[in-house]
Design a protein around this ligand. Sequence first.
Ligand code: GLC
Length: 570
Amino acid sequence: MNRQLCKNLSVSILALAAALPAQLRGQEHPIDAPAAPWWQSAVFYELYPRSFADSNNDGIGDLKGVTSNLDYLKDLGVDAIWITPCFPSPQVDFGYDISDYENIDPMYGSLQDFDHLLAEANKRGIRILLDFVANHTSDQHKWFQDSKGSRTSAHRDWYIWRDGRGPSQPPNNWVSTFGLSAWTFAPTTQQYYYHYFYPEQPDLNWRNPAVEAAMFDVTRFWYKRGVAGFRLDAVDSLFEDPKLTDNPFAPGTDTFGRRNMDEKYNQKLPEVHGVLRGLRKVADEYNAVLIGETYTSSIDELKHYYGDHSSELQLPMDMMFATVDKLSAAEFRKQIASVNSSGGWPVFLIGNHDMPRSYNRYGDRLHDDAIAKLMAALYLTLRGSPILYYGEEIGMQNNDPKSKDDVRDPQGKVGWPTEKGRDGERTPMQWTTDLNGGFSQTKPWLPVPPSAATHNVAAESADPASILNFYKRLLYLRHHEKALLEGEYIALDESNPNVLSFLRRYRNDGVLVVLNMSATAQKVTLDLASHGFAGATHTTLLNDGTGATRSQGADINLEPFTAYIEKLTD
Ligand code: GLC
């Protein structure tokens, strides 16, 4: 077929494709459609408030610290911030044990400080999301305090109380994911209560309609204040088998040295979806978004969390992508194809407050900064909404405790030394080269690693080749290139074990992303013609230094761990 004919044909195929209903083209709502939901084009930023910025120098971050750094986030290219729990809490699980859902913990400030943060964020076009911890409360919450008082108290059935199997024997064999039993005996009423996490985090009984009503009201309380949505914590764990059937054991042991369990009777029960549909109805009244902490093990499970006709979570996190544990083009290619096949709008992240930092998980200790940029170029150019974890944009590293005495996360105390806990990925944001990375003038609650001397906002802002400036350029492109925002994803060169290449195509525009995930130089020859870009003009959008070169014809040469992005205009 001659070149012009081929070009004309592909143009008409493109025009045809553009005329197809959006769903058939693999995108539910084109972002430029009047009713397009805001969260499809948003870049989310997960912010751990204890560690972001300390305005009153007590060693712990706070809301005023967040407010005073909104310009930094705006400049970075963030559209929405998810703040991990900042509600009153005894801080056993650093906020994930809530004692009052409708207030702010004094260590972070006040409701007025929160309203001020919302107003300032709003001025900058940044939305605020909160964390909704629905599975459990703190044992200090007034509901639990009442519940444990007597077998007939008003809130008794708000939690899961059962008799033991026999003297000193818990009701069944379920274990807490944090290393201990899932049952704690309460002497006052001579029964056990259930907790999938720490004993200080008793599970709510979601089979009780009063619990559901009270918790749905919590979301209304914050929506009315101006919150744009929630990240739903631990949704997999909301329900348990009422008969308390023992879980079967599975091969191997966990990091606490216990036999693995197939948690079929206390995880991902079908009833979870009813609650999610209910939460979604409330969210829809406020044009809010629900992001799910969804630890799925198959795409069918993930698909289920979107719900039929998108009736559950708009954005269930793809933790299968997030937990890919090696820099492998084949593995990422597989995960991307898999989430795209779900039909929902994907959510991509590479780190959070529960997993070691991506810098350590993918780095090879020789090319760590290049790899951090490469990973950014991956998850920020895919079709879907990305969630950045604070500090990822400056290449923050894990700083694990050196001894058991240094551990703050109880999980690390129980599991030391095989399980060191999650302190390492929660250390203070590195702002400057000053004392404590400029986070606080007092000793911070977790130590700042030596890498703060080079990896901090001030130093990286001044260095055009820094990870931070790379993130900024990428996020700028994301916001300005239609193809990156909503173009379809087309995998290229799919058998290449070293280089992950793909095209994002929106009408006649394309953005080509080429990522060398190997430690050796690579050359790729990509077939763009069959995707409608036979005679396209190529304009480099992003290249890490001179890491990639386009030689004559179709070849692209890439240095080790280089990302190359170009625009194709037909
Ligand atoms: C979620 C949170 C984690 C917390 C747990 C219990 O997994 O991300 O940090 O410890 O829930 O609330």
